[in-house]
Design a protein around this ligand. Structure first.
Ligand code: GUN
Ligand code: ZN
Length: 441
């Protein structure tokens, strides 16, 4: 193989526009036999194999993935890496679950060694599932952010992450103060934002765990550093919404709390948003704020059914990304997350097509993150983060695929029945980062 050049061949699915707003056929690009050439971390060429065969640089082996589908690497819009160790904790809704499991687990992350070990497990699991970018909550401890970004950087991944800020309604060991939160966030931004592929995300956990003073300083530090992200939670659970109304009686509602403290706008991402009102959705759209749809988590904690069709309605299409929200979410697999997104949509009376679903898992989430010019689709100039999905990853999937008549059916079976076993290979920054056969050998 010549220096830093790689080429792969197989069937390819990608998107050039949003099928929630335009006809799917105008948005989706499918090539049944294509070649993708990558160099220096970018895609340099993509097209039908017959046309591209002669463009492959001499000495570059073309790796041919038969019975596979190549897509852009999956993107996870909202996930908590420190909760890797509490996935599947039984029996509670949001606030009890936070107190009983989450706030206990997160305290171990004052130990950087522990944070590094969990970061490694988390990032390997992302790669094993074909997820190449995630928007990540760390913990209140800056060293938990350093450990995460250091491991992400070693793998060449583009990840977005930040230190949680909390100064009330949480155990003492997990709290900072408005000034400390501001200072530590500023120092981490200076250290990590746009260092290689890393991006910083200002991370107030959610309105109930920050005082008005901390909310004020959080808005300020985000506004002072243009290009950085901001993430939090909103309207996940009805009890939580009522609590926010009590804590912030002067505000018109949950979203207005964040609005008041200058925490809405492009690159602000709010997890859940299940119970947002029409006027709140309108405000998300007007301000360019994104919502992370977390179907497995919302079902697991009994939070409710996010209505993706309504959120993206053509008159005011809110940016919506797809997210696992581990450890309330139950799977690292974006395929499994789409499976649950389909069922949630069914409960809302909307049949989410596979074409729309794969958009959400790739370019749709890139768009929610204002990164659609870099990741989430396959085209020359885009960063070379790809997943190769095995269409026959289990005996029963192989059997079922034998009855699929077209691409739409194939994609739908893949997302309904597929999981981590479907990841044949993951490419990050133009290089092979995970290969199933090698992992099994
Ligand atoms: N709201 C505030 N913190 C959290 C969290 O860690 N997980 C979920 N699902 N919701 C939250
Ligand atoms: Zn969350």
């Amino acid at each position: 193989m010549s220096n830093n050049v790689a080429a792969i061949r197989g069937s390819v699915l990608t998107y050039k526009d949003d099928p929630f707003l335009k006809d799917l056929s105008e948005c989706m690009v499918y090539e049944s036999d294509a070649i993708i050439i990558m160099a220096e971390g970018k895609i340099t060429d993509f097209g039908p194999a017959t046309a591209l065969k002669d463009k492959v640089p001499p000495g570059t082996e073309v790796k041919h993935y038969k019975d596979c589908l190549i897509t852009a690497g999956f993107i996870d819009c909202h996930v908590h890496y420190p909760q890797t160790e509490i996935i599947g904790a039984f029996g509670k809704q949001l606030i009890d679950w936070l107190n009983k499991y989450t706030f206990v687990a997160e305290q171990s992350f004052s130990d950087k060694g522990h944070a590094r070990e969990v970061s490694k497990v988390f990032l390997q699991e992302c790669l094993r599932n074909g997820t190449t970018t995630s928007t990540v909550y760390c913990t209140v401890y800056p060293q938990s952010v350093d450990a995460f970004f250091e491991e992400s950087e070693k793998l060449g991944m583009r990840n977005i992450a930040g230190k949680i800020m909390m100064d009330r309604n949480a155990p003492e060991a997990l709290t900072d103060t408005p000034q400390k939160g501001y200072d530590e966030t500023k120092a981490l931004i200076e250290k990590w934002h746009e260092k290689g592929r890393q991006l910083y995300c200002v991370t107030p956990r959610f309105a109930p765990t920050s005082s008005p003073e901390q909310m004020e300083m959080t808005g300020a530090v985000w506004q002072e550093h243009s290009g950085t992200y901001l993430q939090s939670h909103i309207s996940e659970n009805k009890g939580e919404v009522a609590w926010v109304n009590e804590l912030y009686p002067d505000r018109a509602g949950y979203l207005d709390v964040y609005d008041h403290y200058k925490q809405l706008g492009p690159r602000a991402i709010y997890g859940h948003g299940i119970h947002l009102t029409e006027s709140e959705l309108q405000r998300c759209y007007d301000s360019g704020t994104a919502i992370a749809h977390c179907p497995t988590s919302n079902l697991f904690l009994g939070s409710g059914l996010f209505n993706v069709q309504n959120a993206k309605k053509a008159e005011r299409p809110v940016r919506v990304g797809l997210a696992t929200d581990l450890g309330a979410g139950t799977s690292f697999s974006i395929l499994q997350t789409l499976n649950e997104a389909y069922k949630v949509a069914q409960m809302n009376g909307y049949p989410l097509s596979a074409g729309h679903a794969f958009y959400l898992g790739t370019r749709g989430t890139a768009h929610a993150l204002y990164l659609e010019d870099k990741i989430g689709s396959i085209a020359p100039g885009m960063e070379a983060d790809l997943v190769v999905l095995d269409l026959n990853s289990t005996p029963i999937i192989k059997y079922r695929m034998g009855y699929c008549k077209d691409l739409d059916e194939t994609l739908f079976v893949l997302m309904t029945m597929g999981d981590d076993r479907a990841t044949r290979a993951t490419y990050v920054n133009g290089a092979l980062a995970y290969e199933k056969d090698a992992a099994l050998a």
